[in-house]
Design a protein around this ligand. Structure first.
Ligand code: GDG
Length: 750
């Protein structure tokens, strides 16, 4: 008999050379220029395009046979047709534009994406809009993307979907192509559940289910990842372990992939003549004045007005710097259609005017404000010319500007003042971290940065530069693809394989031919159906006969391994020549021996947990508390489905906080939440019994999450069977409790 992972499905990701890559993002990486009066499309130099480009150049082993890019067009279809038919398109991707009706696109992009998700995920709930029809358009546009993907994709392809505009898309594609490889990366923060839950119920569910359609979901920081994992539990009731979410359709991995930059592009600039020229003219213009620099897209999340406030405070608190510094603040146009952005622009300009008006002299103007896009060479020259960068977003998924500034400091000098609320602060701890809303702190940090010694600057800069160099964008892309490959492998370990006639016959044959047999049988849901009241699930005469027959076979050890308390197991099954494990291993009675109890007698913790449970009995009519010797459980089988689910998530959340730093574990079972001392689980109990009764045929069968501990311990050493068609660590599944019974019954007739 084969013990161990049964499915070894061939994985297309093993062969990157035969695989095609389909990148999907809201916008295409294209720019239109005029050549001889005609429009020409060419590859734009956006972050993601450059990232992938450097990756393909530097990692030839990671090649794909063909590369596609799907995105919404920001040009008319007619223009596209003309340019593509005349071959006026240069890109390393096959570009697949999507043309969406303007009104629908507006509600999708300016509506749900940028008036709902963007502000909410950046912790601006008060300016978040909640319009049903913008969500409908969001769904509609995601469907258009899905249809485009489906018209291109072939089995074995890899799809990489990007960002908050397309969170429903992975699920939509997965529904049609269950086997396809899908990666998703979120470029913005994933907020805490308390913020996420503000979204309408239906939207929340659809977003989480949409994201879980991916095989791998990437985030910038550990915090965003934790928020996402908690949110999946709260919204969809799904469990997770080691960053793997157990979904009905498969395992989904969520992990952190802090995005980075092309380090070389910013550090290999010493000999670039255009950069040298720009630096020269900056020096001529500003002379000895020390430059403080910032550059951001026009967006309220970037904290520009707070930053200006901090700079004004600095001039007030440290007047000795007046005339000796200049703040070059570049704001890059973005999302001009959204009216809030225009208001913001006006606010910034007024504030710049006020500060310049207040502090300027005939010879000196403190703020040089520019509202436009910079060429790369100008940007690089500014990074190199500014001894201080002031990057203070109120929230930012990562913030690449901070990393680019560090990479540009080729002489290891300069000070990065960075908001602690930017994802980049996690990796750039040596920077001067500030709270962007605290003007006084910002002012003091600017002063400290200007006064810092060469040695202090170098100390921080060397470490940060090294870190970014080692973790550049090529590493980011390759780590992502590596992990996508790994998770595809891992999923094959968790495939669902129903016990059919052949497997059943194999099991029977192995059982018959074994010299020593050991059977681990769960009780509720496996040997007896789940009863509405736990007290009613007593064994039928048929079951008792079957267990007697099994245990009468020579050299056969039968173990009932249950979450039930020892009194009830003793009462119902104590007369049989079998081993009994109660309360997941807290109590054990070997055949013919007395009960042994494995936990400390101290169960004083139970009263606190019990009072919490009792509160939930009131909040969820139909639920009940079951107090056992070593565990305490709240059952909600009797509660109306939706209410039971919501209350169970709330209870779980408060229990996790309650048991933190204690020796207790919380167990989210099937319609039951249990608390017990750590170090007790069915897996540990199974291990002990395996040692005691070495056998050449071992079988374990169970229906609950707690039985997964048994399956994990027995991996490769036993026939393991999960009751039900859920994803499992067991090797096989049987449809339901009746089938489980029938299988055991067949063995007992041998
Ligand atoms: C989102 C997330 C996350 C800006 N102005 C000019 C210019 N830029 C370049 C910068 C940098 C990029 O644009 C901006 O990236 P950020 O990371 O700072 O911000 P977002 O645009 O908001 O990006 C963010 C990012 O996605 C990646 O995942 O870090 O948190 O919000 O590369 O250099 N480049 C040139 N001229 C400009 O005027 N050449």
């Amino acid at each position: 008999m084969h013990f161990g992972p049964f499915l070894a499905a061939e994985n297309q990701m093993d062969k990157p050379n035969n695989s095609r890559l389909i990148v999907v993002s809201n916008r295409l990486p294209l720019k239109i220029t005029k050549q001889d009066g005609k429009s020409v499309f060419s590859e734009a130099d956006g972050g993601l395009v450059s990232a992938l480009k450097s990756y393909f150049e530097k990692s030839p082993e990671g090649q794909f046979t063909e590369k596609y890019w799907i995105g919404a067009a920001d040009f008319p279809e007619k223009k596209w047709k003309k340019a593509s038919s005349s071959g006026k398109l240069s890109s390393s991707y096959t570009i697949e534009p999507i043309f969406v009706d303007e009104k629908v696109f507006n509600k999708y992009y300016n509506g749900f994406c940028n008036a709902t998700i963007w502000p909410l995920f950046h912790y601006f709930p008060s300016i978040t809009e909640f319009e049903e029809d913008t969500f409908n358009c969001y769904e509609e546009v995601n469907k258009i993307f899905r249809d485009k993907i489906l018209s291109i994709v072939k089995p074995g392809d890899t799809i990489w979907i990007h960002d908050y505009q397309l969170m429903l898309l992975p699920g939509m594609v997965r529904e049609v192509m269950p086997e396809i490889t899908i990666g998703f990366f979120l470029h913005i923060p994933f907020p805490s559940y308390e913020i996420f839950r503000i979204l309408h119920r239906d939207w929340k569910k659809k977003i989480i289910e949409g994201l879980l359609g991916a095989d791998l979901i990437g985030f910038h920081t550990g915090e965003y990842l934790q928020h996402f994992l908690k949110t999946t539990t709260m919204v969809s009731g799904l469990d997770h372990r080691y960053r793997e979410v157990f979904n009905k359709k498969g395992i989904v991995k969520a992990d952190l992939f802090p995005i980075s930059i092309d380090f070389e592009k910013f550090s290999n600039t010493r000999d670039n003549p255009a950069i040298i020229a720009h630096k020269q003219s900056i020096r001529e213009r500003f002379g000895e004045a020390k430059i403080i620099f910032s550059v951001d897209r026009l967006d309220y999340t970037k904290g520009v007005t707070h930053r200006l406030g901090g700079f004004a405070k600095f001039l007030e608190m440290f007047p000795e710097w007046r005339g000796k510094v200049v703040f070059i603040m570049v704001v890059v146009p973005s999302r001009q259609i959204v009216s809030k952005y225009n208001e913001r622009k006006k606010m910034i300009e007024e504030q710049v005017g006020r500060i310049n008006g207040k502090f300027s002299t005939i010879e000196w103007q403190p703020i040089i404000y520019r509202y436009s896009q910079l060429a790369f060479e100008e940007l690089a020259a500014l990074y190199q010319s500014a001894p201080v960068a002031l990057i203070t977003p109120l929230r930012d998924g990562m913030n690449l500007v901070a990393k680019e500034y560090v990479a540009s400091r080729i002489d290891n000098d300069g000070v990065l003042i960075l908001s602690e609320l930017a994802g980049a602060a996690n990796e750039l701890g040596e920077a001067m971290l500030v709270n962007p809303t605290d003007k006084v702190e910002v002012a003091r940090k600017i002063n400290a940065a200007l006064l810092s010694s060469q040695e202090e600057q170098e100390q921080a800069m060397v470490v940060m530069r090294q870190r970014i160099k080692e973790n550049d964008v090529v590493t980011w892309v390759s780590r992502y693809f590596e992990e996508l490959k790994d998770i595809k492998h891992r999923q094959t370990e968790f495939g669902i394989k129903m016990v059919d006639d052949n497997i059943s016959k194999d099991i029977k044959d192995s059982y018959q031919h074994a010299n020593k047999r050991l059977l681990f049988l769960d009780y509720d849901g496996t040997l007896v159906p789940i009863a509405a009241l736990p007290g009613n699930a007593h064994p039928s005469a048929e079951l008792l006969t079957m267990l007697k027959d099994l245990s009468n076979h020579p050299s056969t050890e039968v173990v009932i391994i249950s979450g039930r308390n020892f009194q009830i197991l003793e009462k119902w099954l104590g007369h049989l020549p079998i081993h009994l494990v109660a309360e997941h291993g807290a109590s054990l009675r070997l055949k013919g021996e007395n009960w042994q109890h494995y936990t400390d007698i101290d169960s004083s913790w139970k009263s606190l947990i019990k009072s919490t449970f009792e509160l939930y009995v009131q909040r969820a009519p139909g639920s009940l508390v079951e107090e056992k010797d070593h565990t305490i459980a709240w059952h909600y089988r009797g509660v109306e489905d939706e209410l039971g689910f919501i209350r169970s998530r709330e209870l779980l959340d408060s229990l996790y906080h309650l048991v933190r730093n204690t020796h207790l574990n919380v167990l989210d079972g099937h319609k039951v939440i249990e608390v017990r001392a750590a170090g007790i689980d069915k897996g540990i109990a199974t291990g002990k019994i395996m040692e005691r009764f070495p056998s050449d045929f071992v079988l374990a069968i169970g229906d609950d999450k707690t039985d997964e501990d048994i399956f994990n311990v027995l991996k490769g050493k036993a026939v393991t069977i999960k009751v039900g068609s859920d994803l499992t660590a067991a090797e096989f599944n049987v449809q339901n409790q009746r089938e489980a019974f029938r299988l055991l019954d067949k063995l007992s007739m041998n």
